[in-house]
Design a protein around this ligand. Structure first.
Ligand code: SF4
Length: 439
């Protein structure tokens, strides 16, 4: 039998890129390639790059350089692959470059430079594919690309317009994952609320029932799997209202990740944001009336070109009113090729930094107060890790990697992926502490 060829893999960027990496690895593994844990043991390295902001481009270029130094045979894919000149200028030795979600192209590039072994062990690939996340949670990518043209973003130029996966294919993947023991699905895309628009919400058969390729229908069907389902990258369109009752009834997690980016309508229009003119405060209030436990995470940009002090103040006032639970914030920075670079009145860095600090200080108080309100509550949590001191868990309000944690001191008998009930005893600005609760 021929010795299996070994591939090293570096996965950079967002969860959507991580799903691409998982698909490439699944395909390669099904063809008999092995995955090498280090550069030395690999016959070739694939680098899945990110090109979202300048620092991500730099990190991608550095990773390519490191792979070239330590291994020598490198194929580049991912978002930065849409700008091959930039890669070749710095690293002309790269063997092949493909763009984002170009599964077939990456795999044929690997075949070209490292043909698959003669006797692939197809049966070694588990039915749920190769996952880069821990066994108990997985990202579920429902679409590619985006129909919006936000002025600070170049993703549509790299990943193209919205292409949704038919709902039966998404549900089949979700079921395979649940059957394989995954306890939490994180639904990701560039614009989850637009899901199915490109397919005109086409209906497909799923387990004998016709289901539309649409945000609500997908959420409802995922809710039937009996595992945690968390929605990311949702825009506040009116039809999102329909999904909130599913959260209130416990079908899917009462969690919405909505990148608002700003609160002032003029700035939102300059940003060309989806749902720029929606009254978000009213919408949030209505959602909380239906689902009082709803947790909202968001991200914002401060110091966008032309942002006045009054408009920034409006953003702070919005935070006070909206009482969001988890918030990330960035100072605006130009991305090569983005339309916002041409906008007048770019804000000096010192003012951007000062606004970023004021924003973070303002929101820290709000987030901390919201966490304090949960002290004394009985909550279900999922175990992510067991360490010497106890178990590290997450509540329904916390997505992995980006939100907070719940520490359960002494609970070393628990296992990763267990769902347990705790009483929250303490909270700081980001994390909480609890003890196992017996009713
Ligand atoms: S919605 Fe805007 S920020 Fe998000 S991917 Fe589309 S263009 Fe970029």
């Amino acid at each position: 039998m021929t010795k299996a060829a070994k591939i090293g893999f570096i996965s950079l960027g967002c969860p959507k890129a991580l799903v691409d990496s998982e698909r490439i690895l699944t395909k390669l593994r099904s063809e008999g390639y092995e995955v090498a844990p280090d550069y030395e043991g690999a016959d070739m390295v694939v680098v899945n790059t990110c090109g979202f902001i300048d620092s991500a481009v730099e990190e991608s270029l550095d990773s390519i350089g490191e792979a070239l130094n330590k291994n020598g045979k490198v194929i580049v894919t991912g978002c930065l692959g849409a700008r091959p000149d930039e890669i070749l200028e710095k690293h002309p030795q790269v063997l092949e470059i493909t763009g984002a979600h170009a599964l077939e192209e990456v795999v044929s590039a690997v075949h070209k430079h490292l043909p698959p072994a003669h006797d692939p062990f197809t049966s070694l690939v588990p039915p749920e594919g190769i996952k880069l996340t821990p066994k108990h949670y997985a990202y579920l990518k429902i679409s590619e690309g985006c129909n919006h043209r936000c002025s600070f973003c170049i993703i549509p130029s790299m990943r193209g317009d919205l292409v949704s996966r038919p709902v039966n294919s998404v549900l089949a993947e979700a079921k395979r994952l649940a059957d394989a023991g995954v306890k939490e699905l994180l639904v990701v895309s560039q614009d989850t609320s637009a899901y199915g628009l490109d397919l005109k919400y086409a209906e497909y058969d799923w387990q004998g029932k016709e289901i539309r390729t649409r945000f609500y229908d997908l959420a409802e069907a995922l809710g039937e799997l009996g595992i945690w389902v968390r929605m990311h990258y949702v825009y506040p369109y009116p039809h999102v209202d329909e999904v909130v009752p599913l959260m209130a009834s416990g079908k899917i997690l009462p969690y919405l990740d909505i990148p608002f980016q700003h609160a002032n309508t003029r700035i939102l229009k300059l940003m060309k944001r989806p749902a720029a003119t929606e009254n978000n405060l009213e919408r949030i209030k209505a959602w909380r009336k239906i689902c009082p436990d709803l947790v909202i995470r968001s991200t914002f940009i401060v110091g966008f070109p032309g942002e006045t002090e009054a408009e920034f103040q409006e953003l702070l006032d919005f935070l006070t009113e909206a009482q969001l639970d988890r918030v990330g914030c960035f100072a605006y920075s130009p991305v090569k090729g983005a339309a916002a670079n041409e906008l007048p009145d770019q804000i000096p860095e010192a003012i951007q930094q000062e606004r970023l600090e004021r924003f973070m200080a303002h929101q820290a108080g709000i987030s901390a107060a919201r966490l304090q309100q949960r002290v004394g509550q009985i909550e279900q949590v999922i175990i992510d890790e067991v360490v010497e001191e106890g178990a590290v868990a997450r509540s329904m309000a916390d997505a992995p990697e980006i939100d907070g944690q719940v520490f359960i001191d002494g609970a070393t008998h628990l296992k990763v992926g267990d769902l347990v009930t705790v009483e929250i005893e303490e909270a700081d600005d980001y994390d909480m502490w609890g003890r196992l609760y017996q009713s």
